[in-house]
Design a protein around this ligand. Structure first.
Ligand SMILES: Nc1ncnc2c1ncn2[C@@H]1O[C@H](COP(=O)(O)OP(=O)(O)OP(=O)(O)O)[C@@H](O)[C@H]1O
Length: 442
């Protein structure tokens, strides 16, 4: 029996009982708190239990300790982070490219030739590819482009502030993130985000164009991604319902992005907040991962993990071992990716507080059904059930179960996950083609 339709609206963070919490914790060793169901949270590891309510950030710095900082990125990290204005260079816009099954899709380490800098400052690219040239833009340009942060230009609101869409003069359309309150914590978080985003560049990661600080305004300017969040699409709040192949392609895109963060960037990072609201979609439904505010530099020596001073992330996606030990590794992202895979199959949110208790924690519910041989009951009712979708549910859940292993040792690497998804897509495409051929013969 297929389940009823998912709850229609975004769940407000209201209530989840302690028994829900402990039942989830006992199976997946993951903790949830009442007010963090739809928002990211921070908890200090000085608190006794990871089940405790989240708190505002402590004063602890989100930057990694020097011992965990790989040396090869240090030159770049020394570059100025805060510019009174920033400059733009052409040629950063990337075309959407069609998904491919080829394993070589993973990009090589970014070549230093692709970076441009003058006098040690990172320059920002904002003109068209066809017309190279240096463009400088200032707070006034952003104010003009947003009609002084008029609500008409507002495209979203997150925990850290408002997001505006702006078309820079002679430049690209960008998203401007305006920090709502620039306290010590915001500052550290923003600078962490800036630091990380400066280091990385990948088709499936939202590009960072620059950061601007001026008379109390703190603005990050990033690539504008026009088609909303994955969550909006799964909720059918934005455009057509996502079919299963589109969902699989999105999973692969996200896999590429995280693999890149873990393995291929100059300075490896752990995203720490992989979730469907942090995945933006292009018009052609390619996924771009955003929100690197929580990213940490990853450990470089094998077996050495970063001991975090804060547990960061979003309830429903948090790695139970990280919650228990405060040791952050790339496998925490793998766990969150497992939750995301379940979201893609079920269409449900990671935590659905209006559901019956057994169904509130979606990953737990879905994996239990899968283990009992009832996986199809969890398929998003918007996706038609047929041979190909049955195949996908089982294959994706097989992988999700590994990603959601309570112990990080038993989770695959992100690279491995992506390779498995490539194979699944190949087999799925073959299945669809053979079905088509059979139908043509009839
Ligand atoms: N680069 C972008 N392009 C287009 N829209 C964006 C972009 N970044 C953010 N948005 C829109 O703004 C909304 C808020 O984004 P933001 O990253 O500030 O917060 P969030 O991730 O939803 O929340 P939080 O930061 O609290 O986890 C997003 O849901 C999205 O609709």
């Amino acid at each position: 029996m297929r389940q009823g339709r998912r709850s229609p609206s975004p769940l407000k963070a209201t209530s989840i009982s302690s028994s829900d919490i402990s039942s989830q914790a006992s199976s997946y060793h993951t903790a949830y708190t009442s007010s963090s169901l739809s928002s990211s949270y921070t908890t200090s590891n000085t608190k006794a239990s990871p089940l405790s309510s989240y708190s505002a950030s402590t004063n602890a710095s989100p930057f990694p300790s020097s011992s965990s900082t790989p040396s090869h990125g240090s030159r770049r990290r020394r570059l100025s982070l805060i510019f009174p204005c920033f400059r733009a260079f052409p040629g950063m816009a990337m075309e959407d490219t069609p998904p491919s099954d080829k394993p070589d899709l993973l990009p090589p380490p970014r070549s230093h030739a692709s970076r441009r800098s003058v006098n040690g400052k990172r320059l920002i690219n904002s003109t068209s590819l066809a017309n190279p040239g240096l463009v400088e833009f200032t707070i006034a340009d952003i104010q003009n482009a947003t009609n002084n942060f008029s609500p008409d230009f507002k495209i979203g609101q997150g925990g850290s502030g408002m997001v505006y869409k702006a078309k820079l003069e002679n430049g690209p359309v960008v998203a401007v993130k305006r920090a709502k309150k620039y306290d010590k914590h915001t500052s550290a978080e923003l600078q962490n985000e800036i630091k990380t985003m400066q280091e990385i560049e990948h088709l499936n990661l939202v590009k960072f164009y620059g950061y601007l600080e001026h008379e109390g305004e703190h603005l990050s300017v990033v690539e504008y991604v026009p088609n909303g969040t994955l969550r909006e699409h799964l909720d059918c709040r934005n455009g057509k319902m996502l079919d299963f192949s589109a969902r699989l392609d999105i999973a692969i895109d996200v896999g590429h992005a995280i693999t890149y963060l873990h393995t291929y960037s100059d300075t490896p990072v752990i995203h720490r907040d992989i979730k469907s609201t942090n995945i933006l979609l292009t018009d052609s439904l390619r996924a771009k991962v955003t929100d690197f505010g929580f990213a940490k530099l990853a450990p470089t020596e094998e077996g050495v993990t970063h001991i975090s001073t804060q547990v960061r992330g979003t309830a429903g996606y948090l790695d139970p071992e990280y919650l228990g030990t405060f040791q952050l590794t790339e496998k925490s992202d793998v766990y969150s990716f497992g939750v995301l895979l379940v979201e893609l199959v079920t269409g449900r949110r990671a935590v659905e507080i209006t559901r019956d208790r057994a169904e509130r924690v979606t990953a737990k519910w879905a994996m239990e059904k899968f283990i009992k041989g009832q996986a199809l009951e969890t398929l998003d009712p918007n996706i038609p059930e047929n041979q190909a979708s049955r195949f996908l549910v089982l294959k994706i859940y097989e992988l999700a179960l590994q990603c959601l292993a309570p112990s990080r040792r038993n989770r695959p690497s992100m690279k491995k996950c992506t390779e498995v998804l490539w194979r699944i897509r190949k087999d799925y495409t073959q299945l669809l083609n053979s079905k088509e051929q059979k139908e043509r013969k009839l």
